[in-house]
Write a protein that binds this ligand. Structure first.
Ligand SMILES: *[C@@H]1O[C@H](CO)[C@@H](O)[C@H](O)[C@H]1NC(C)=O
Ligand SMILES: *[C@@H]1O[C@H](CO)[C@@H](O)[C@H](O)[C@H]1NC(C)=O
Ligand SMILES: *[C@@H]1O[C@H](CO)[C@@H](O)[C@H](O)[C@H]1NC(C)=O
Ligand SMILES: *[C@@H]1O[C@H](CO)[C@@H](O)[C@H](O)[C@H]1NC(C)=O
Ligand SMILES: *[C@@H]1O[C@H](CO)[C@@H](O)[C@H](O)[C@H]1NC(C)=O
Ligand SMILES: *[C@@H]1O[C@H](CO)[C@@H](O)[C@H](O)[C@H]1NC(C)=O
Ligand SMILES: *[C@@H]1O[C@H](CO)[C@@H](O)[C@H](O)[C@H]1NC(C)=O
Length: 536
């Protein structure tokens, strides 16, 4: 705490005299649950004489991962031409050369990452050959990442301490949301984000695909949606491109959770699908503007059934996010047909009931698609009292200015629903200065509730809304700020919740930012600092 207070005092007095932060050397991020230097010594690793040896089960995910990690470790795009020697490189601690790591996958690979996937792993580095072991391919992937971070460049080689690691995630859902409705994001940027997620052990890419401003999803069944709703025909996601993202993510143990948000946030849908949206009225005349989905038009439900059949076929995950946030009632209120419809359904004046009617129909559709799905909804669906299936995940996002999100999480879990928390982690909401302490200090289980309620917290998700973000600034705005959320969701609660937590994380976060920069990603600086990287 002291260090934190000190730093902020210094900041407010004179921005020019911020303390210099020195990064750790070879400390993994997020921090493993258990890590020990079993012997006081280190090994050397020579890239030309090092291999990963798959000794047990194998599969395409593992074969690719082993290749990828050799590249990540030894061919970093911004590796300095001549590497400095680290200070603990003394003759007395030298234990020998590490020429191989056994990769021991104890059970056959699973095909797809999923909500309950096992991600624990062990690492042992003692002498000439070490081991990365797990019962699950997803654990092996996390272990390879940790191992890659233990290596420290020194002179012509790398050093690694004699170390054992035993590690597992605190939460099973560790998400990151990108918004391709406000700005198109090229596939290359989405894939960079997936690589960076893997480097931070995040495991769910929530793809907020479409919004009021654009509809880049290219549907085969309803081609007009993107023909009229996308920014341009070059800025769409085809079935093949979506498949390539899902596959890229799968290879890294990352799930892809698509979101098709309705009934609000749908203006772009209306361009390619007539009668989908509610015409707004002034007196008895249409104004020419549109509001949310018109829930009184029966054909809209057939359309949604067909579209969502296609969507859930393209995305392999069990879950789909159905949105349901921020539904404005004024347009519905102005429309005479809706007034009439509500009267005949005995809900005159109760627009929350109209919303409930729509959502109930939508959930019923999703329950009966050819592929069985679970669903996420934004918290308003719960707040409005809509009846939802018991396996619905309620996504908490509101009340960013105060602590009511904790009460909300308590309410959601008291009702027996599982939840994912995003409120404290709106990374698009930027400000000057060191802004990550608040991300690190927020804990998704810090609400008043029983242990059973706490267990219903599946994890959290960092959101990057896209109004002011496109390919130019996505990576620096996300990283290393999303890394902070990643450690919060992976590492031990004891590590990340104490009064000294941010001060203790600081030098490791500095190293991690330099690591991401070295690996070729434009992760932004956290404070005045220096990374040993080669920029040309
Ligand atoms: C490796 O061990 C040395 C000596 O015990 C220690 O000074 C150094 O910080 C360790 N490095 C890492 C990356 O843990
Ligand atoms: C990891 O290590 C722990 C304790 O050292 C052991 O109980 C566990 O079985 C190990 N798991 C794997 C997958 O090797
Ligand atoms: C209202 O319903 C009538 C009859 O179904 C239809 O012709 C008209 O276009 C509708 N108007 C609006 C505003 O939806
Ligand atoms: C509306 O209320 C009337 C009178 O109470 C009832 O006869 C009718 O069945 C109700 N309609 C609907 C759709 O619930
Ligand atoms: C939902 O209810 C079903 C049947 O009552 C039960 O088997 C299942 O475990 C419940 N799921 C959740 C997530 O509560
Ligand atoms: C939580 O539930 C209580 C009791 O229903 C309610 O008074 C309160 O407003 C709810 N809190 C939030 C943040 O919705
Ligand atoms: C938990 O409840 C106590 C006592 O009612 C209250 O003082 C505290 O602020 C609550 N904490 C949270 C995080 O809501």
């Amino acid at each position: 705490m002291l260090a934190v207070v000190l730093l902020s005092v210094v900041c407010s007095l004179a921005a020019g005299s911020l303390p210099i932060i020195h990064g750790t050397v070879g400390a993994p991020w997020p921090k493993p649950h258990e890590m020990q230097h079993i012997l006081p010594g280190y090994l050397t690793v020579d890239p030309d004489h090092f291999s990963f040896d798959v000794t047990n089960n194998n599969c395409d995910i593992l074969t690719e991962a082993v290749k990828r990690y050799k590249d990540i470790m030894f061919n970093a795009p911004r590796a300095p031409k001549s590497k400095s020697r680290v200070s603990w490189h003394t003759a007395s601690g030298f234990l020998g050369e590490l020429t191989s790591m056994d990769v021991d996958l104890m059970e056959p690979c699973e095909e797809l990452p999923h909500l309950d996937m096992y991600e624990g792993y062990n690492i042992t580095v003692i002498d000439g050959s070490g081991t990365i072991s797990s019962i699950s391919i997803w654990g092996i992937l996390r272990g390879l990442e940790t191992f890659s971070q233990l290596l420290v460049p020194s002179g012509d080689a790398y050093l690694v301490n004699a170390t054992t690691v035993r590690d597992w995630p605190r939460f099973s859902f560790r998400g990151l949301m990108l918004d391709t409705g406000r700005h198109y994001l090229p596939l290359s940027k989405i894939k960079d984000t997936l690589d960076l997620m893997a480097m931070n052990k995040l495991n769910v890419f929530h793809w907020h695909m479409v919004d009021d401003q654009s509809f880049p999803y290219k549907s085969d069944k309803f081609p007009k949606l993107s023909e009229l709703g996308a920014w341009t025909q070059n800025q769409v996601y085809t079935a093949d491109q979506i498949a390539s993202v899902v596959e890229y993510a799968r290879m890294r143990g990352i799930r892809v959770l698509p979101e098709f948000d309705t009934p609000g946030h749908t203006l772009s849908w209306g361009l390619g699908q007539s009668d989908f949206l509610t015409p707004c009225y002034l007196g008895n005349k249409p104004t020419g503007t549109y509001g949310p989905v018109d829930p009184t038009v029966e054909a809209n439900y057939d359309f949604l059934r067909e579209l969502l059949t296609e969507v859930t076929g393209r995305f392999k995950d069990h879950y789909i996010h159905l949105g349901g946030d921020e539904v404005p009632f004024t347009c519905w209120e102005s429309n005479p047909n809706i007034t009439t419809w509500m009267a005949t359904h005995n809900i005159t004046g109760d627009y929350a009931k109209l919303e409930e009617y729509y959502i109930t129909r939508l959930l019923d559709i999703v329950d009966n698609l050819p592929k069985k799905n679970g669903y996420f909804v934004w918290q308003e669906v719960f707040d409005n009292g809509v009846k939802i299936a018991n396996d619905t995940v309620v996504h908490v996002w509101k009340y960013r200015q105060d602590t009511r999100w904790k009460e909300e999480t308590g309410n959601v879990t008291a009702a027996g629903y599982r939840t994912v928390v995003s409120t404290p982690w709106y990374l698009n909401d930027i400000s000057y200065g060191v802004d990550w302490y608040k991300y690190y200090n927020a804990d998704p289980q810090s609400f008043n509730g029983t242990l059973a309620q706490k267990d219903l917290v599946m994890g959290g998700e960092a959101c990057m809304w896209g109004e002011y973000v496109d390919a130019t600034n996505l990576t620096p705005r996300l990283w290393p700020r999303a890394s902070v959320v990643a450690e919060k969701l992976w590492s031990s609660q004891d590590l990340t919740n104490g009064p000294m937590a941010t001060a203790q994380a600081t030098p490791r976060l500095e190293e991690h930012r330099c690591r991401l920069l070295l690996r070729g990603y434009d992760a932004e600086p956290l404070w005045p600092s220096y990374c040993d990287v080669n920029y040309d």
